[in-house]
Design a protein around this ligand. Structure first.
Ligand SMILES: Cc1ncc(COP(=O)(O)O)c(C=O)c1O
Length: 396
């Protein structure tokens, strides 16, 4: 499975395509020749296979009751549709982690809700349940737990909080389809869960795509209706919805990749184990994201916290090792969300990174600190991690 390019890619999608070329081309040709490009048998079959995967007992208990999968046009749409199905109204508050991709907070804001940013655990980098509790107000309706970098958020604790305060939970598993938490699989841990099939995701297609999961039959029907212009019956629209569809070509591609997915996950985990072993003895004050006991990650990215990040990045650059910063700032620092800070200063002091600085109990120091330290390294099943580690050994 190891293919070395001249210029190493952060996610080796060309290596993956090469490995499955025959199967992919046959699947692509069959769709293009079929005349059925939206919906149809490929999409239906994929939805069944995604649900089966989540309900399967490969090392896990079966999800009870069984999860349903509904595909849509992207992970962002999946979050929007999930929030619509759960009845989010303007002014409702939703607690989201402060350190993640923008989409969960963006979708809440887009629907007129108010994202409230919870701080994170400094080691797992996941939402901190204690901080969630501190953000609950009479307007809180739900919590979005994000399975950051492929590791499930602490849903047992989140569920206890949600039950106590009558809140719903959305699991954002955009990065974590295939992860497990105890005996459960990612995408079965929220009242509604979502994932993304963006090309570089652990299970990615060749465009945008996403899916929504729920074991609640009524919610599943509502989600399907919302993703289809608010319509269950042709040209009868019960509500205003979205046009959010995964096309047949992407579904066929995903079905091929799904057949190899468990094998890829094994290689990703082995790659991560090699990095862990290296960094534990490298003594360079570089610490990997902690994987909580009982969790398995998909390693959507392999992320480390580097005390001296600039120097580390300079060495990665010199060695030609691709890297990314996921994410360079906490969400509450984003210009678009400053309006939500309770003590927002209209003429803020701008920090060194051009980010508005506020003096706030919402500052979430651990999220801010993570944004200063994180660096992600290539980890996919087609990355030669031994080669990277040799380079790192020489560089550090
Ligand atoms: C945590 C998280 N949520 C949601 C999304 C949105 O997914 P998409 O790009 O498919 O819209 C992403 C995408 O990177 C993500 O990382």
């Amino acid at each position: 499975m190891l293919i070395l390019g001249i210029m190493m890619q952060f996610v080796n999608l060309t290596g993956q395509r090469e490995a499955y070329r025959e199967e992919l081309e046959a699947a692509e040709r069959a769709v293009l020749d079929s005349g059925c490009y939206i919906g149809g048998p490929q999409v239906k079959a994929l939805e069944g296979e995604l649900a089966d995967f989540c309900n399967s007992d490969a090392g896990c208990d079966r999800a009870e009751p069984e999860t349903h999968a509904i595909t849509c046009a992207s992970g962002t749409d999946a979050l929007t549709i999930a929030l619509m199905a759960l009845g989010l109204k303007p002014g409702d508050e939703v607690i989201v982690p402060d350190f993640t991709f923008i989409a969960p907070a963006e979708c809440v804001d887009f629907l007129g809700g108010i994202p409230r940013f919870a701080d994170i655990d400094p080691e797992t980098l996941q939402i901190d349940p204690e901080s969630v509790k501190a953000r609950i107000s009479p307007k809180t309706r739900g919590i979005i737990g994000v399975d950051l970098f492929g590791q499930c958020a602490p849903f047992m604790e989140l569920r206890r909080i949600a039950d106590e305060h009558e809140l719903w939970i959305v699991e954002d598993a955009a990065q974590a389809f295939g992860a497990t938490s105890g005996a459960r699989r990612a995408c079965t841990l929220g009242d509604i869960s979502i994932t993304s099939f963006y090309p570089s995701k652990p299970l990615g297609c060749y465009g945008d795509g996403g899916a929504i999961f729920t074991s609640d039959v009524e919610l599943a029907e509502k989600v399907r209706m919302l993703a289809n212009h608010g319509s269950r019956e042709r040209y009868l629209h019960e509500t205003v919805g979205l046009n959010s569809r995964l096309d047949a070509l992407q579904a066929a591609i995903l079905r091929v990749k799904l057949r190899h997915f468990e094998e890829e996950l094994k290689v990703r985990r082995e790659n991560a184990r090699k990095y862990d072993e290296f960094f534990s003895s490298a003594g360079a004050r570089i610490v990997p994201q902690k994987i909580a006991s009982g969790n398995t990650s998909t390693y959507a990215q392999y992320t480390v916290l580097a005390e001296n990040r600039d120097a580390f990045i300079a060495k990665l650059d010199a060695a030609g090792i691709p890297h990314c910063i996921h994410y360079p700032q906490a969400l509450h620092e984003q210009p678009c969300f400053i309006k939500f800070l309770s003590d927002y200063v209209p003429a803020p002091l701008y920090g060194t990174r051009g980010i508005a600085k506020t003096i706030s109990e919402n500052e979430n120091r651990r999220a801010e600190r993570a944004a200063e330290l994180v660096v992600s390294l290539p980890v996919c099943a087609f990355t030669d991690v031994d080669f990277i580690i040799d380079k790192l050994r020489a560089a550090l």
